[in-house]
Ligand binder design. Structure first.
Ligand code: GLY
Length: 395
């Protein structure tokens, strides 16, 4: 497998505002090129194409777990520029997300959190749209149906009766909890917040390992609730530490600590962050799995770096130790500076991604050394967080 290594560019001064302008121009260009069609999860040779058809969903249709990252980019672009062209495009997506949930299209996934937080919840937060609120609550109910008693976890993937997926959850699920937290706030119903509290506590106990690395996925016995074993799906091997999973851990544990008040989640976020930072190569952007270190020719995953910038900034916000908070923020700024200097396209028109050199699923050879919708979203969120510290997150 060949891929192009990022080359460290000489860029002594990184301008956040110039990076925002370049990123927003690309978001606008992609929106013009694709119109209502959703792009694929990743670029192909650095170009986004309409998402492929699957089952009853036609080409460019709303299926899979990543379509809302386009919508999230549009909301961010609108907030950053005030240009209503982005708002109109985001609102078209939001109405389509309503269609998806009301018609039960491709909902057998915990990623309803990613999907409906960045589309309908963001719409409601930013514009007060009542239809977006009711569609988001419908999605939260679908997500809650995946909660398994007595294990106290939300099953990640597939139909609940699928024997291969039953009782399995994954570290990414931490990022899907905000949909339930938002539903609890909106309705006052504790069934949503109870699920968040129990699911996150189970992940803290079992998916985080004693050396502060994480399993990508973990199985429980759905009938007895007994914790069974960790395993990977997208990492190098079961005991390795998949970079993106560790990044989800930093951001996810920090956010869920803030809403549950469970101190163990704050400790978990710190441990995930420490491990991630100790395993970065010299340019601060990780290899796709943290088993690889400087000197390796493995591909990088810039999307993990973008996620961890947001996660470290969130951790800095909730951190009780002021000196430690300053350190998390400083490390976040350094990683973001490297992304801007070394991982953005030199000539923006030459690529559709906001950041290059991400990996979706290397073991399956999917989206290796490409831009990804989520990498682009979190890069723009990171720029927003750094340039507008008063910004209110969609999560
Ligand atoms: N949530 C799936 C991934 O990070 O690839």
């Amino acid at each position: 497998m060949t891929f192009t290594s990022p080359t460290t560019r000489s860029s002594p001064a990184v301008s956040i505002e110039a990076a925002i302008a370049a990123a927003v121009a690309t978001v606008e260009r992609n929106a013009r090129a694709l119109g209502a069609a959703y792009p694929g999860d990743t670029t192909v040779d650095n170009r986004y194409h309409p998402r492929s058809a699957e089952g009853a969903v036609p080409e460019g249709g709303n299926r899979g777990w990543t379509t809302s990252f386009r919508t999230g980019q549009l909301w961010l672009a609108w907030e950053l520029t005030g240009d209503d062209v982005h708002r109109r495009a985001a609102e078209a997506d939001v109405s389509d997300f309503g269609h998806r949930v009301r018609n039960e299209i491709d909902l057998d996934t915990h990623d309803l959190g990613f999907l409906y937080t960045l589309s309908t919840v963001a719409a409601y937060r930013l514009t007060g749209a009542r239809s977006a609120r009711s569609d988001a609550l419908l999605a939260a109910d679908h997500l809650l149906r995946r909660f398994l008693e007595p294990a106290g976890i939300i099953q990640a993937w597939g139909d609940l009766s699928d024997p291969l997926q039953r009782g399995r959850t994954i570290i990414d699920s931490l990022m899907n909890m905000p949909l339930l937290t938002w539903a609890a706030e909106q309705t006052g119903e504790e069934r949503y917040s109870d699920a968040v509290r129990r699911h996150t506590a189970q992940l803290e106990q079992h998916i985080l390992r004693p050396d502060d690395s994480t399993f990508h996925t973990f199985y429980w016995d759905a009938e007895t609730g007994e914790p069974l074993r960790g395993a990977t799906e997208q990492g190098a091997f079961d005991e390795s530490c998949w970079a993106r999973g560790q990044a989800w851990g930093v951001y996810g544990f920090a956010m869920n600590y803030a809403v549950t008040g469970d101190e163990r989640l704050l400790v978990a976020a710190r441990r995930c962050a420490g491990y991630f930072l100790r395993h970065l190569p010299a340019d601060d952007v990780p290899f796709w799995d943290l088993v690889y270190t400087d000197g390796s020719d493995a591909p990088r995953d810039s999307s993990s770096a973008a996620i961890v910038v947001c996660g470290l900034l969130e951790l800095a916000r909730v951190e009780s130790d002021a000196a430690q908070a300053a350190e998390w923020a400083a490390r976040a700024h350094a990683i973001l500076a490297s992304l801007i200097a070394n991982y953005t396209p030199v000539t923006p028109e030459d690529a559709d991604g906001l950041i290059l050199h991400s990996v979706y699923d290397l073991p399956k050879d999917v989206g290796v050394d490409e831009a990804t919708l989520w990498g682009d979203y979190f890069y723009l969120e990171a720029l927003m967080r750094v340039s507008r510290p008063e910004w209110k997150k969609y999560w």
